[in-house]
Write a protein that binds this ligand. Sequence first.
Ligand SMILES: *[C@@H]1O[C@H](CO)[C@@H](O)[C@H](O)[C@H]1NC(C)=O
Ligand SMILES: *[C@@H]1O[C@H](CO)[C@@H](O)[C@H](O)[C@H]1NC(C)=O
Ligand SMILES: *[C@@H]1O[C@H](CO)[C@@H](O)[C@H](O)[C@H]1NC(C)=O
Ligand SMILES: *[C@@H]1O[C@H](CO)[C@@H](O)[C@H](O)[C@H]1NC(C)=O
Ligand SMILES: *[C@@H]1O[C@H](CO)[C@@H](O)[C@H](O)[C@H]1NC(C)=O
Ligand SMILES: *[C@@H]1O[C@H](CO)[C@@H](O)[C@H](O)[C@H]1NC(C)=O
Ligand SMILES: *[C@@H]1O[C@H](CO)[C@@H](O)[C@H](O)[C@H]1NC(C)=O
Length: 858
Amino acid sequence: MGDHLDLLLGMVLMTSPVFGISPCWFDGRMAIYHFCNLTQVPQVVSTTERLLLSFNYIRTLNTSSFPFLEKLQLLELGTQYTRLTIDREAFRNLPNLRVLDLGGSQIDFLHPDAFQGLSHLLELRLFSCGLSDIVLKDGYFRNLKSLTRLDLSINQISSLYLHPSFQELNFLKSIDFSLNEIHTLCESELTPLQGKTLSFFSLAKNKLYKTSSGDWGKCMNPFRNMVLETLDVSGNGWTVDTTGNFSNAISGSQIFSLNLAHHVMGSGFGFNNIKDPDQNTFAGLARSSVIHLDLSHGFIFSLNSLLFGTLKDLKVLNLAHNKINKITDQAFYGLDNLQILNMSYNLLGELYNSNFHGLTKVAYIDLQKNHIGIIQDQTFTSLRKLNTLDLRDNALKTLNFIPSISTIFLGSNKLVTLPKINLRATFISLSENRLENMDDLYFLLQVPHLQVLILNQNRLSSCNHRPTSAKNLSIEQLFLGENMLQLAWETELCWDVFKGLSHLQILYLNNNHLNFLPPGIFSDLTALRGLSLNSNRLTVLSSDDLPSNLEILDVSRNQLLVPNPDLFVSLSALDITHNGFICVCELSPFINWLNQTNITLFGSPADMVCTYPDSFSGISLSSISTEGCDEEEVLKSLAFSLFILFTVAVTLFLTAVLMVIKLRGFCFICYKTAQRLVFKDHPQETEADTYKYDAYLCFSSKDFEWVQNALLKHLDAQYSDKNRFNLCFEERDFVPGENHIANIQDAVLRSRKIVCLVSRHFLRDGWCLEAFSYAQGRCLSDLNNALIMVVLGSLSQYQLMKHQSIRGFVQKQQYLRWPEDLQDVGWFLNKLCQQIVKKGKKKKKDNNIQLQTIATIS
Ligand SMILES: *[C@@H]1O[C@H](CO)[C@@H](O)[C@H](O)[C@H]1NC(C)=O
Ligand SMILES: *[C@@H]1O[C@H](CO)[C@@H](O)[C@H](O)[C@H]1NC(C)=O
Ligand SMILES: *[C@@H]1O[C@H](CO)[C@@H](O)[C@H](O)[C@H]1NC(C)=O
Ligand SMILES: *[C@@H]1O[C@H](CO)[C@@H](O)[C@H](O)[C@H]1NC(C)=O
Ligand SMILES: *[C@@H]1O[C@H](CO)[C@@H](O)[C@H](O)[C@H]1NC(C)=O
Ligand SMILES: *[C@@H]1O[C@H](CO)[C@@H](O)[C@H](O)[C@H]1NC(C)=O
Ligand SMILES: *[C@@H]1O[C@H](CO)[C@@H](O)[C@H](O)[C@H]1NC(C)=O
């Protein structure tokens, strides 16, 4: 029952503040009456331990308000919408109450005996109750023997004269007076606290000492004889003078952690009229054993010499969010024990060798979010204990050194390359830089004892192949997401980048435009447990691709159309959502596996949907039945039976919406079929011409296989009887042994059209470019457009224009691009056929022939 109710409660609590719907509910131990329009305490069972009555209209509390609740430990009465009157001994019937919360309720009348009888009360929350000084002066808290925490923040208290009974509160540890109106504080006011050790004392945001001045002699030390673990005097707008006078006044009191944040010390940027703190400002703290000093959120522009000279015990110094631009020589002298220095969010532009002198024990320097563009190379060398350096979000373009410390953050800079120096580190983050050359990756992987390397969001893409000494490399986690490894790998270089990483456990390769995985790329990764290939363009995964001990694999957002489930059986978790599955019978092993697998599948079924055939488009794999895909019939039958869980209307709607985009390929085929039927009775005359070939296909031999599948099989007559074109290409039609140029010239002259299939390989192939120029020459001499250019893959205009002959063509004439979407291929091929049969302008003729070529395509 418990679980069920918690769930219910969660739902109601979420909605109730908005809609005023009441749960108003209790069980044996807990009673919740938020927003229940109560005007008095409800009847609850005597076993109740927590009673939550906030957000109601309770007006009075007196001895008879509560039934006797011996077990009650927590009572919340905060935020009553009426003004509250609390009579004497109002909580008398709650003898074991530990926490009483009245925060946010406006208390009009509080009887001095209101809290009497609460001898076990640990925590009293009276924040924002409209209370004045009287609550301290008149002994309201006497006899609260166990009281540990007292919250009186956000009231109208203006002076801290404490009733002598505070002396008896032996367990009192934490008092919060923040956001009151305490403008002065003198020794006489806090005498009842003398001799005590408090863990927390807050006077934050009171405008303390803002107006008074010159009373320091009379006022003496408010914290005399006290030990304060944390004193919070932040947000009082203190100047250098006030801070100096305060430090002197409290001299000798032990304060381990002093919070002076949100001050107004310092000249700020571009001003001179307000002083920066100097060596006198904190001198008074010499005997206070301050370990932690917070000076963040101010206007300090220059760290003056010997500023912290007396703070021998200081271990943590927070200077974040100031305007520090200058670090004077000897600024940190005296901080012999400092371990953590936080100078983030300042205005530092450069670091000099002498800046951190004196910090002999510093272990962590946080310099993130400055504007550091240059660092002198000995800056960190004298800091023997330094182990963490945070230089994130600066403006570093180059580094000529990297300190050999264990943890280095260099993310979000502008680094283009790294110095090749001896380096030791266990953690290096270089995310969001501009590293481009894989050499930097090879270099970093060699760093001895490196465990974590973060290189997300760089531009790793170029590879100067060089032999690597794949030793026993120590790296365990490698983050390479959002780079451009595809560009490196498609040159067939850098395929050994993961060699020797036998300790690697986690590898991120997401968002790298990968459309293939180099063979054996992961073969050394015997310890790899987690691999992310998220958001790439992979279309197939084979069992050789995946490392043998992989447990968690993320291949979501790829183009795995028909994944093979055998690949995944040894995993413990898999994310394969957002792939464009093709729902034909070949997919049924995968669908069946999904239905019964034990492994954790990330994402919801709605993220695994078919994209093809169109009738299944958008339908979740989990609602598809594989019945009818018998094993012997797998290849034959494309028919799936389909459960549509909701109404047919939903499907119709979806189909209609997707029609224009998704069905364009299908529509085209219908159109063509119809056209062919109409034209059947009007056979086209084939014109006889002098050319031996219809077209010469010029492409790089590296693309042969692709060309064969994508073009030759659909166009060339020798590949299929249904095709009508007589094509010419090097692999088949060139005369062996004859001069290559002669072959090319021959092919160009004897073909009606020259189709150049311009791919990345094409651009690198001298013969192809030669053929291109030659064909272009023929166009000029014959004054026709015999040359057809088809761009394959994602070559940019810029890449094309780099080659002179192609530039000339591109500037004058149109070229074709191979379509990205599979369903557009039919349309494209048809267009290409038309171009091939088209006559040049010179001999004008009917170019409407042989549209039926298309019939061979689908
Ligand atoms: C409380 O009063 C408001 C206004 O009259 C009403 O809308 C709301 O439903 C009441 N809530 C309960 C729990 O009775
Ligand atoms: C307590 O308050 C209630 C409601 O205002 C009132 O009816 C009752 O008489 C009071 N009891 C005492 C003992 O004052
Ligand atoms: C600081 O103390 C000096 C000497 O007691 C006094 O002259 C000065 O006004 C004080 N400054 C402030 C801001 O309280
Ligand atoms: C330094 O201060 C910034 C800003 O307050 C904070 O985000 C960061 O975590 C701090 N660094 C350390 C090491 O505490
Ligand atoms: C490889 O390195 C690990 C620690 O990184 C070490 O324990 C192991 O002995 C090394 N093996 C060889 C063959 O060097
Ligand atoms: C999933 O498997 C269960 C049996 O384990 C079977 O009853 C159910 O029909 C299957 N669902 C689909 C969609 O194949
Ligand atoms: C599912 O897990 C159980 C126990 O962990 C195991 O016996 C069973 O073979 C697993 N089934 C599959 C399909 O992996």
